[in-house]
Design a protein around this ligand. Structure first.
Ligand SMILES: Cc1cc2nc3c(=O)[nH]c(=O)nc-3n(C[C@H](O)[C@H](O)[C@H](O)COP(=O)(O)O)c2cc1C
Ligand code: SF4
Length: 503
């Protein structure tokens, strides 16, 4: 018997509500939804917050938290007799080292507060600016009509801020050109790339800009159905989003349907097709593409998926015009939210012209601390660059040409107190833990490379990485999604630029 999709979509939330995967909870959820028990087991066990429920402290294992003593924090918590679990990046790198307590509330051990750029009218997002709930840009978009709005997004040169930098207007046009009229606009707020916390600040400070951007996109692609997928560990951010959605539905967005879906602890669900699987109540495993979500996305219908930052740029593009937005950038279009953490004076989120150099970003962020040797420009997926590349424009094209990537613009600065072989190992551990496991090169390759790096670090076995190039090639060529394709990058780049750390 076919289970209606609305029933299936509920199972993960119901399981979490029931306290996770147990025989009783699975039976109960099966009775409530009609989904077979085996399916519910299979889906639920994929997600850490459902498979390993229960009250415990979650200590962040992300690069910056490791650099700032996460191991010591975990030991301290255990010595207090509290249960403790090491988890992938919690998106609090500016406040490292970070933990979530037994109630999933944030606890940080940082001595500094996060910083953001001062308010300015010459910024597209202007996180420190006043909250504008007028929804004037939406009214203007309705007057302009779909084609004119999409044209301005095109003129703006808006590139997706979720990682790939794909021109936004192509996706809007593609959704608009589908024969199927049931369509969805979806906001990807699953932010979990180590080093990245810009979507967090955008939701906390300017959630209405995100909602207005989504509504404009919905008008442009002919739907009233808006969905937001937010990572399960973002407790405060969920509250901020819920409040903003309730305010909007009670007024300016009353004619839209807006749903918030909470993630359940799986980094891979940030990959857009894994996110769709998760929204549909399945294991978050990326789909083969094509078809792309613009043709067949949520519930197999055309779906426009954007990152929080991308969509939050849209109201100012409509208000001021595409040319204005484009002119805010230096080497590429627009202003950009850069996250910066690690060895800098004032870690935080800085909105700067797209294409500033690391030196300029660090100057805004209170200067370097200690003797910098390396930086990771765009999250774990971007690997490492030596500090000598500090004057490169931090943009999509320049970083790709340098063998790295802009990714999520989660910049981590590393000084000479850190062993680069260890830094590479921390990133490998992340990919090993977060691989969804469906492709053999990714599943086996991430584990193999982490183990070999362990051998090198612990036993001084210099031959441990002799097959690195072959394994990295297999992973890049044989993986379905970006995770497996880039997972060897931190190790490859650390070995290339810091060979002495591997001798
Ligand atoms: C492993 C992996 C993880 C990803 N995680 C995120 C994420 O957390 N947030 C996000 O917006 N995009 C993420 N992406 C990119 C999305 O698949 C997708 O390209 C993006 O949401 C599209 O929005 P944009 O066009 O606004 O960038 C990830 C991609 C991969 C391969
Ligand atoms: S590359 Fe890795 S994470 Fe991506 S689909 Fe394959 S196994 Fe899953």
């Amino acid at each position: 018997m076919q289970v209606p999709h609305a029933q299936r979509e509920k199972i993960l939330e119901l399981l979490e509500h029931e306290g996770g995967v147990t025989e009783d909870s699975v039976r109960k959820v099966s009775q409530q939804t009609g989904v077979p028990e085996a399916d519910i087991w299979g889906a639920g066990m994929f997600y850490t917050l459902i498979d390993r429920p229960g009250k415990r402290v979650r200590v962040c294992d992300g690069l910056t938290c490791q650099m700032f003593g996460a191991d010591g924090i975990a030991e301290k918590i255990k010595s207090e007799g509290r249960e403790c679990e090491r988890v992938s990046c919690l998106g609090q790198c500016d406040l490292a080292p970070a933990t979530l307590d037994e109630e999933m509330e944030l606890v940080t051990y940082s001595e500094v507060q996060t910083s953001i750029s001062p308010a300015s009218d010459q910024l597209a997002l202007n996180l420190a600016g006043p909250v504008d709930m007028s929804y004037r840009a939406l009214a203007k978009a309705r007057e302009m009509g779909s084609e004119a709005v999409i044209e301005q997004v095109k003129v703006a040169g808006l590139q997706g801020r979720g990682g790939a930098g794909f021109p936004a207007h192509f996706k809007w046009t593609s959704v608009n050109s589908q024969a199927e009229k049931e369509r969805y606009v979806i906001c990807n707020a699953d932010e979990a790339e180590p080093g990245t916390f810009k979507d967090r600040e955008t939701i906390l400070r300017q959630a209405h800009q995100v909602l207005e951007g989504l509504a404009i996109a919905a008008v442009a692609v002919g739907t009233q159905s808006i969905w937001l997928y937010i990572r399960g560990e973002y407790t405060n951010e969920y509250r901020a989003l819920r409040k903003a959605v309730d305010e909007a539905l009670a007024g300016p967005l009353a004619d839209f349907e807006i749903e918030i879906v909470k993630g359940h602890g799986a980094y891979i669900c940030g990959e857009e097709t894994a996110m769709l699987e998760s929204m549909e109540g399945r294991r978050g495993m990326p789909r083969l593409k094509p078809p792309y979500p613009t043709e067949s996305g949520f519930r197999s219908k055309p779906s426009l998926i954007h990152n929080v930052e991308t969509i939050a740029c849209v109201p100012s593009i409509v208000t001021h015009g595409g040319e204005w937005f484009k002119g805010l950038g230096r080497t590429e279009a627009g202003s950009k939210l850069y996250c910066i953490s690690g060895h800098v004076g004032k870690p935080g989120v800085y909105e700067l012209p797209l294409g500033v150099s690391l030196d300029e970003l660090v100057e805004a962020a209170g200067g370097y601390v200690g003797n910098p040797i390396a930086f990771s420009p765009g999250g774990a997926s971007s690997g490492f660059l030596p500090i000598e590349k500090r004057s490169l424009p931090l943009d999509y094209k320049s970083l790709a040409e340098a063998g790295s990537m802009m990714g999520s613009a989660g910049v981590v600065v590393i000084n000479d107190t850190i062993d680069m072989a260890l830094a590479a190992k921390w990133q490998l551990e992340f990919f090993e833990r977060e691989s969804c496991g469906q492709c053999a090169p990714c599943r086996i390759g991430t584990r193999y490379l982490r183990r070999q790096t362990d051998k090198l670090i612990q036993l001084g076995n210099a031959d441990a990485l002799e097959h690195l190039d072959d394994v990295a090639w297999e992973m890049e060529e044989g993986s379905i999604c970006g995770l497996g394709m880039v997972a060897a990058k931190p190790l490859e780049s650390a070995k290339k630029y810091f060979p002495e750390a591997f001798e």
